[in-house]
Design a protein around this ligand. Structure first.
Ligand code: ZN
Length: 412
């Protein structure tokens, strides 16, 4: 999958990064290393582009999580043996007004621009990937792949032609909504409850258009009713780009066993989110919660803040996290979800989508350089190379190919 030189260098780095924390069996470690290197590894969701452009985060430079709490850059992707990731073009949910929609559209276009600019500036390190084939090709050249997903269909507004516009800019999945309802569908976490009772009429057109073009429908964040509407309507398998199992962590963002069964029947895939609060229910911490909500109130809509103000807000959040440290879930907890999902949905319907730089990170997998620890735990539990290959991207690529093939047929 990679040039021998790149593999050797990465192997060296990975060996250094994977200190035997808790794993004392050398044969397990060396088997995990071998498998992790051999399979194509892909993370279906990070929010790293939020830091691109005017916010000044340069992904070509190695950063340190301990210094700036950033999780992803190209050198650390190499350290962690991660071949590719879906970089999200994210917009927070604002008001359902023309002004709100237009400002989200402008913001999304800017972020697409930043992602493309990044590969223009660092063609020796990374490339844009539109298909699994592109990913493998870039891997052979020793480069990391930047796939693009649109997190939140809000910037589509009410203009269906923007779906193909985003496709042409490289988006290969669209997360239909975020934490609140939008024009497309209801969210799983909107405090006001349902607005459309699932997918709206416009949302149905959006799903139809995505099927037609070859964009994966991402059901993460959407309400249960929206999920079942999508499953019924979509002519191609769907993905949950970053979600966990509700049976193990009761959060509306996670998928119930019934939903997992429906997803498997649909041929889709759930990509395990490694955000601690979705992996393990948090012990209540009212002091921390109220400190967070004060900062939230003070700064309001993140997307409207200037880069300087964003820096200030980030520093305040970081202070709170230091003052009230969260007890993070760990890699064992994460793999418990994987075991459960496989029990319910089967080995062909599971993958990994970290949500790094959007809140993702666990004890033992705090940034992308530590991704190999997941493989280590999988090997420890007896998963085969074939299983691990499916988990680390084989299943996601299968869906991506099916979605692409459906669109190709439709275009004829
Ligand atoms: Zn998200």
């Amino acid at each position: 999958m990679k040039t021998i030189l790149a593999s050797t260098i990465t192997l060296l780095f990975v060996t250094i990064m994977w200190m035997p924390s808790g794993f004392c069996q050398n044969d397990v470690r060396s088997k995990a290393l071998k498998i992790h290197q051999a399979v194509y590894t892909i993370d279906s969701h990070n929010d790293t582009p939020m830091g691109f452009g005017e916010s000044g985060f340069d992904p070509s430079i190695r950063h340190d999580f301990k210094e700036d709490e950033s999780c992803v850059d190209f050198p650390r992707m190499k350290d962690g043996g991660l071949d590719g990731a879906f970089f999200a073009v994210f917009t927070g949910q604002g008001p359902l007004t023309n002004e709100g929609r237009e400002s989200a559209y402008a913001r999304a276009k800017k972020t697409f621009g930043y992602i493309h600019k990044t590969v223009e500036l660092h063609p020796e390190m990374a490339g844009i990937a539109l298909t699994p084939e592109d990913g493998y090709k870039l891997g052979k050249q020793g480069k990391v792949s930047m796939f693009i997903g649109l997190e939140n269909g809000y910037p589509i507004g009410l203009d269906i032609s923007r779906v193909s516009e985003f496709y042409n800019l490289g988006a290969r999945y669209i997360t239909l909504c975020h934490t609140r309802n939008n024009d497309i569908c209801d969210s799983s976490t909107d405090r006001k409850g349902a607005l459309h009772n699932g997918l709206s009429e416009f949302g149905k057109q959006v799903v139809f258009e995505m099927n037609k073009l070859g964009i994966m429908v991402d059901v993460s964040h959407i309400s249960d009713k929206s999920f079942y509407d999508v499953i019924e309507l979509s002519k191609t398998p769907v993905i949950a780009s970053h979600s966990c199992a509700r049976a193990l962590c009761n959060n509306p963002r996670n998928l119930s066993d019934e939903m997992l069964t429906a997803l498997a029947k649909n041929g889709g895939v759930i990509q395990m989110c490694i955000l601690s609060g979705y992996v393990k229910e948090q012990e209540p911490n009212p002091a921390r919660d109220s400190a967070f909500s004060l900062v939230q109130k003070k700064y309001g809509d993140w997307s409207k803040l200037s880069p300087e103000t964003q820096k200030l807000a980030r520093a305040e959040y970081s202070e709170i996290m230091k003052k009230y440290p969260e007890k993070l879930a760990n890699v064992t907890d994460l793999v418990d979800h994987i075991d459960h999902i496989i029990k319910i949905a089967g080995i062909d319907h599971i993958g990994i989508g970290t949500d790094f730089d959007g809140g993702g990170g666990l004890s033992g997998c705090q940034d992308v350089s530590e991704m190999g620890n997941i493989t280590m735990e999988l090997v420890k539990r007896g998963y085969s190379k074939k299983d691990i290959e499916k988990i680390w991207g084989g299943n996601l690529f299968r869906v991506m190919n099916e979605v692409e093939m459906f669109a190709a047929k439709h275009k004829k």
